[in-house]
Write a protein that binds this ligand. Structure first.
Ligand SMILES: [Zn+2]
Length: 238
């Protein structure tokens, strides 16, 4: 008779607590919201907030630009995690105070949501992103867009994507070339790529991104708006 392994009760996690920021929220039903969080310990988590559309009070802090402490009830995919409780840890609502900050803030969450949806958990990235939002909440209007470049750089670093051409493997910044930023957040140099491959970045814009050289407001704005258009269509904000 085969020896039976001793019965072991499965380890059931009923609740997890995590620090988080909201990247996106969409209506799920008449009463519920699906909120996409960037969390410190669990990466990007879409979770359902039941009743959040009906009762503003219970989930009043489920908004952009707020550092939250969230209690989740984890579920096995494809079921969504459930938000049980969300309380505020720190508010960066000064981002709403001027249009430049707000546009930069929206571009930042759109970039993060797109870039990190399948990425592994990165606690360090979370802390850096919170730092960027905090800085943005007091940034002068004409410097607000730099926060988007900072975020893009944080994402590229976290994904391990340097300034190397995906095709010829040469360093685009060292060669002082332009490049196409692909939706995969990789680059193709201007000699290997063609129009339509992605967002074209001038050599100066590549240097601004990787060497943090100041290229002036207009060039920065142009870059941010190109990157923003590449990703923003996919991320409706409520
Ligand atoms: Zn190349």
């Amino acid at each position: 008779m085969p020896c039976l392994a001793p019965f072991k009760a499965p380890h059931i996690v009923t609740k997890v607590q995590a620090e988080a920021i909201v990247l996106d929220k969409v209506a799920y039903s008449e009463k519920d919201l699906v909120v996409t969080f960037l969390t410190s310990e669990h990466g990007v988590i879409p979770a359902i907030a039941r009743g959040a559309r009906g009762s503003k009070r219970r989930f009043s802090w489920l908004d952009l630009f707020v550092k939250l402490s969230v209690i989740f009830v984890p579920k096995t995919p494809p079921k969504l995690w459930v938000v049980q409780e969300a309380s505020v840890a720190e508010v960066y609502s000064d981002i709403f105070e001027n249009l430049e900050r707000l546009e930069a803030g929206q571009a930042i969450v759109a970039l993060l949501k797109d870039a990190l949806k399948d990425a592994p958990v990165m606690a360090e990235l979370y802390q850096k992103v919170v730092g960027v939002l905090k800085g943005l909440s007091s940034a002068p209007a004409e410097r607000a867009y730099m926060a988007v470049l900072d975020t893009l750089r944080i994402i590229l670093d976290a994904l391990g994507h340097g300034s190397v051409c995906e095709h010829c493997q040469r360093d685009i910044v060292v060669l002082n070339l332009g490049a196409f930023l692909l939706p995969s957040f990789n680059f193709i140099c201007s000699e290997c790529g063609t129009k339509g491959d992605g967002v074209f970045m001038e050599p100066a814009q590549m240097k601004a991104l990787f060497l943090q050289e100041d290229i002036g407001k207009q060039a920065t704005l142009a870059l941010v708006s190109k990157v923003w258009h590449l990703f923003s269509q996919k991320t409706p904000l409520l």
